[in-house]
Design a protein around this ligand. Structure first.
Ligand code: ZN
Length: 335
């Protein structure tokens, strides 16, 4: 990685994460903001508002790229990206899985080209985690430290849960990838009472010898914080975690997904984390630390922002989101 600054979350490797808004965390946040000016305002807001959870607003985060590797975004700075009203009849309850071949864009031309390729989709959280707080609060070893098995995830202000969102996008993405001939496996499909735990989520991808893994999420940050970001694994070697072999290919995968996601959805990269690149590297996520195959997370938007929520609750928009993620994966697997 090109990052040469100081370690960003020096206490995390030594035990269970502290409470989110502990004085230590606040103090560290201020120190980090001084040390990492590129992430200053956005990270402060993120650390203040983001919920704890695997992928959603906790732990150390930094912009992943320098100026030479930032993706090119469609319609940069036009101020309207992602603001278009959701089309069609898509609503939060529109959770069928439309797979109109005509809407599958450039992906439809290469059916079968991913034969032999294995993609694991990891829908973040689980709709019934909320009923199993004791189970999901137990800690698991992620190599660098221990953290909760899983979390409930966030929701929109109107109550559409992140767990429902991630499953719906996962179903749409599975359909698109299967149309390309890929073998697709989900880490969970609301077919278990809770979890899997984050360590098991990683192991599922490893055991499948996946060529690519994507973990689907939506964030729970403050109102006004908008846009998507892709989370890349940092270089970690501690305990059972050793990401050195996957950092490079995961970054390639993440950059392709970010670019295609932006293009397919018309949304902009996060305005609160990642320095405008839409890419963030983290070393505190079990799902990444324990992966031995190329893997990224995507936070598709901020459920707590009303404009982002209007997109996230639209079935038509979720189809575009799945399309963008699919195209990034296809590009990665085709090399
Ligand atoms: Zn999440």
């Amino acid at each position: 990685m090109s990052y040469t600054g100081p370690p960003l979350d020096p206490f995390d490797p030594f035990g269970a994460p502290p409470p989110r808004r502990s004085p230590l965390r606040r103090g560290l946040t201020v120190a980090l903001a001084v040390l990492v000016p590129g992430a200053l305002v956005g990270w402060l807001a993120y650390a203040t508002f983001g919920p704890d959870g695997e992928g959603d607003g906790s732990g150390s985060a930094r912009a992943a790229t320098g100026s030479t590797s930032a993706p090119r975004w469609p319609n940069p700075g036009n101020g309207k990206s992602g603001l278009a009203a959701p089309s069609g009849s898509g609503t939060a309850t529109d959770e069928t899985t439309p797979s109109d071949p005509a809407s599958s864009g450039k992906g439809s031309s290469g059916e079968g080209s991913l034969a032999g390729k294995v993609v694991v989709i990891d829908p973040g959280h689980n709709p019934t985690n909320v009923e199993h707080t004791a189970e999901i609060n137990r800690t698991v070893d992620i190599g660098t430290h221990s953290k909760e098995c899983d979390t409930t995830g966030t929701s929109t202000n109107s109550g559409y849960s992140e767990a429902r969102f991630t499953l719906d996008v996962a179903h749409r993405l599975r359909t698109l990838l299967q149309q390309q001939g890929a073998t697709v496996k989900l880490t969970q499909d609301a077919d278990r009472p809770y979890g899997p735990c984050v360590d098991e989520r990683a192991r599922i991808g490893n055991a499948a010898h996946a060529d690519a893994v994507v973990s689907i999420h939506a964030d729970g940050s403050g109102a006004g914080n908008r846009g998507f970001h892709v989370i890349l694994p940092g270089s970690v070697r501690a305990g059972a975690a050793d990401t050195r072999a996957i950092v490079g290919p995961s970054k390639d995968l993440g950059k392709l997904i970010a670019a295609d996601f932006a293009e397919a959805t018309g949304t902009s990269p996060s305005n609160y984390i990642g320095g405008g690149t839409g890419l963030v590297t983290r070393e505190d996520l079990g799902g990444l630390n324990l992966s031995t195959v190329p893997k990224v997370f995507i936070e598709c938007g901020n459920m707590r922002d009303s404009k982002d929520a209007a997109l996230l609750t639209s079935g038509a928009w979720r189809q575009k989101a799945a399309q963008g993620i699919s195209e990034g994966i296809v590009s990665f697997l085709r090399g």
